[in-house]
Ligand binder design. Structure first.
Ligand SMILES: [Zn+2]
Length: 242
């Protein structure tokens, strides 16, 4: 899976601060839902990079939808995503954030598979394991004493999409990227095979094995014999109709 980088500058052109100016050693990966029915990964990443989320103090590392993954912050930059403020052991200070999009028309299952692949890949990259993949809800703060209802789709278990399913997918994801090649089926039949079958069934061709190599040239004799047989067959057909 390709990751498109669209990094967020520290300050927007208007001078707003777009992300914390602090680094971290990532200690976990946090899964969110955008709760935005109107935009996919590219638009979210572009909005963050343009400073349009600065007034909400929102800055996340990755956006994933069903077709793409955008990286908005370096893994070792701190973000604003957990709602737990300045807690030094909290999500903002220690965790890489993945926002999973949920816009109209999205293949939601695929978006979570892509996010799970990313989470698994990031764990591997930073020496973490699936125990270090968290829900936003796991970050408790004064603002959210019971944890925020996020990622809400997984918390609801909507259409069978559950937290356990995502974790199971993340576990196998690094070895099996989400875009598996389509397995090769049997080769397609020759374009003239159906014609050979029909002419054999109609009795016009009595030795189909002689025609098996459909790209081999026919002799003048074969062609004339076939032509004659076809005409006889046609005249018999017309006689029957009369
Ligand atoms: Zn969240």
């Amino acid at each position: 899976m390709e990751i498109t980088r669209l990094l967020t500058p520290l300050f927007s052109p208007r001078g707003e601060q777009c992300r914390p100016n602090r680094t971290m050693t990532p200690q976990s990966v946090t899964i969110h839902n955008t709760a935005n029915p109107g935009a996919g990964a590219e638009r979210h990443a572009a909005a963050q990079a343009a400073g349009n989320l600065a007034n909400m103090q929102m800055a996340v590392h990755y956006y994933a939808d069903d077709k793409s993954i955008y990286q908005s912050l370096e893994d070792h930059w701190q973000g604003w995503h957990a709602g737990d403020g300045e807690n030094k052991n909290g999500g903002n200070y220690t965790s890489i954030a993945i926002e999973v999009c949920e816009h109209a028309g999205i293949d939601q299952r695929k978006a979570f598979v892509n996010a799970a692949w990313l989470a698994g890949t990031l764990c591997k990259k930073h020496g973490l394991d699936i125990r270090h993949i968290k829900r936003h809800k796991d970050w408790i703060s004064g603002k959210w004493p019971k944890g925020k209802d996020c990622p809400h789709i997984l918390l609801e278990g909507k259409d069978g999409m559950t937290w356990d399913w995502v974790i199971g997918t993340a576990l196998v994801a690094p070895a099996a990227p989400p875009h598996l090649p389509v397995p090769m089926g049997p080769p397609a039949p020759h374009w003239a095979q159906a014609t050979l079958d029909r002419l054999t069934d109609a009795g016009i061709i009595s030795t189909p094995e002689a025609w098996a190599d459909l790209d081999a040239p026919a002799s003048k004799g074969q062609t004339l014999a076939l032509y004659e047989k076809a005409l006889i067959n046609l005249s018999e057909f017309i006689e029957k109709r009369l």
